[in-house]
Write a protein that binds this ligand. Structure first.
Ligand SMILES: *Cc1c(COP(=O)(O)O)cnc(C)c1O
Length: 403
């Protein structure tokens, strides 16, 4: 499979360039770059078209055959740009083109693109791990694909099929193989995006959509083992409301939580825990993580019903916990229960399992035992990460191996 080369010659007209590269080099381009992470990124130089074409083939062979020279020990969660990204487009017929693996770089979009004006956009997040034998494992990529389809439906967007999505993830990871950290040093974070890239003026679904994937190597979230986070229960802002979009990974949800997160961080908290917008007493979730409470070895988490994002880590942790004999309840969980829990943890692809050391609610702080790292959280973290990293037999059949 030669992803970077597959696109060559796709256009009959001379010069035979992918449409994206042509547009990119001719139009003034708006850099859409994901700056949610704080690591400084190297300045991007727009490659000359000919140089880029010539180097694509040779670099592809060379670059995928090694592991990149990075300071793997000090990898954080900031963006590290890699060699390639994936791009596929979809016109009014609703079908996505065969995608292309292209050099990573800025994309050109119309100022009137649906995503820029009306927020028609979704993202996904998953990880690839390198096993000790050098092979690469993806964790439940079909789950991300189906979640993108559900989200796209809510946002009036067409979505790639599960097969297209998973194939695109595989192509992108393989093209950027040398950026997958060595075993134990972290993982390759994979960020699929779906957006309304076509031009609109009046409020309407965009006439064209772009599905893209970029990747970045990331370190293990907790370098020195699990370290607990301190949460504040938000009493002014809400993340989601009934009938809204809290249940899908649409981009606007994350812009809307930045303010409360910023205030919380300025006061020394790690993140914000949101309550339901109707009663203000049931737990929803943290900005981008699901929440769990443990009492007398019973694990409880808010049930998925509209305002809660159906986390793949959440679902996996529930199944792992049940397989270990824990009782797991999906239901309404109140603030009172939270404050009286034995332990609290949250889940998400980035952190996997993050123990909660303290909760502050209306100025009162509750701390959890064992320095905040509960035994249940610790056990579940170990079980799930061992599966994801291929350290134990995949009895759940959750991993997808790349050669
Ligand atoms: C992505 C996300 C999660 C976690 O989902 P995973 O699939 O486990 O990564 C939880 N809550 C919100 C709001 C999210 O956006």
């Amino acid at each position: 499979m030669e992803p970077g080369l597959a696109s060559r010659g796709a256009l009959p007209a001379a010069p035979p360039l992918p449409r994206w590269l042509t547009r990119h080099s001719l139009s003034p381009c708006l850099k859409i770059r994901n700056h949610i992470y704080s690591m400084p990124s190297p300045t991007y130089k727009v490659p000359s078209v000919t140089k880029c074409q010539a180097s694509l083939a040779t670099n592809y062979i060379r670059e995928t055959s090694e592991v990149v020279d990075l300071d793997w020990e000090n990898l954080g969660f900031g963006l590290v740009e890699t060699d390639f990204m994936y791009v596929a487009k979809c016109g009014p017929d609703g079908n996505f083109s065969k995608g292309e693996v292209l050099p990573f770089g800025p994309i050109a979009v119309s100022p009137s693109a649906g995503v820029l004006n009306y927020g028609q956009g979704l993202f996904e997040g998953l990880k690839a791990y390198r096993k000790t034998d050098g092979s690469i494992l993806l964790f439940r990529p079909e789950e991300n694909a189906t979640r993108m389809i559900t989200g796209a439906e809510r946002m009036c967007m067409p979505a790639p099929t599960v097969e297209q999505f998973v194939d695109a993830v595989k192509q992108t990871v393989l093209a950027n193989k040398r950026w997958v950290p060595p075993t134990g040093k972290g993982s390759l974070y994979i960020r699929p995006l779906l957006m309304g890239s076509g031009a609109v003026l009046g409020l309407a679904p965009a006439p064209e959509y772009t599905f893209m994937i970029f990747v970045s190597p990331v370190g293990n979230y907790f370098k020195e083992g699990l370290s607990p986070i301190n949460l504040i229960v938000e009493d002014k802002f809400h993340r989601a409301s009934p009938g809204g979009t809290g249940g899908v990974k649409t981009i606007g949800n994350y812009a809307s939580v930045l303010k409360a997160q910023k205030i919380a961080k300025s006061k020394g908290y790690s993140d914000v825990l949101y309550l339901d917008a109707v009663h203000d007493k049931y737990l929803e979730e943290v900005s981008s993580c699901n929440i769990f409470v443990v009492k007398d070895n019973v694990i409880s988490t808010p049930a998925i019903k509209g305002t809660i994002l159906p986390g793949i880590t959440r679902k996996s942790i529930i199944e792992v916990a049940q397989s270990k004999g824990f009782k797991v309840e999906e239901r309404l969980v109140s603030v009172d229960e939270l404050l009286n829990a034995d332990e609290v943890f949250c889940t998400g692809t980035a952190v996997v399992v993050s123990p909660v050391g303290s909760i502050t609610y209306l100025g009162k702080r509750v701390e959890y035992g064992n320095q905040g790292v509960g035994v249940v959280s610790q056990q579940l973290y170990k079980s799930l990460t061992s599966l994801q990293m291929g350290l134990v037999e995949d009895f759940m059949d959750w991993t997808v191996q790349l050669n």
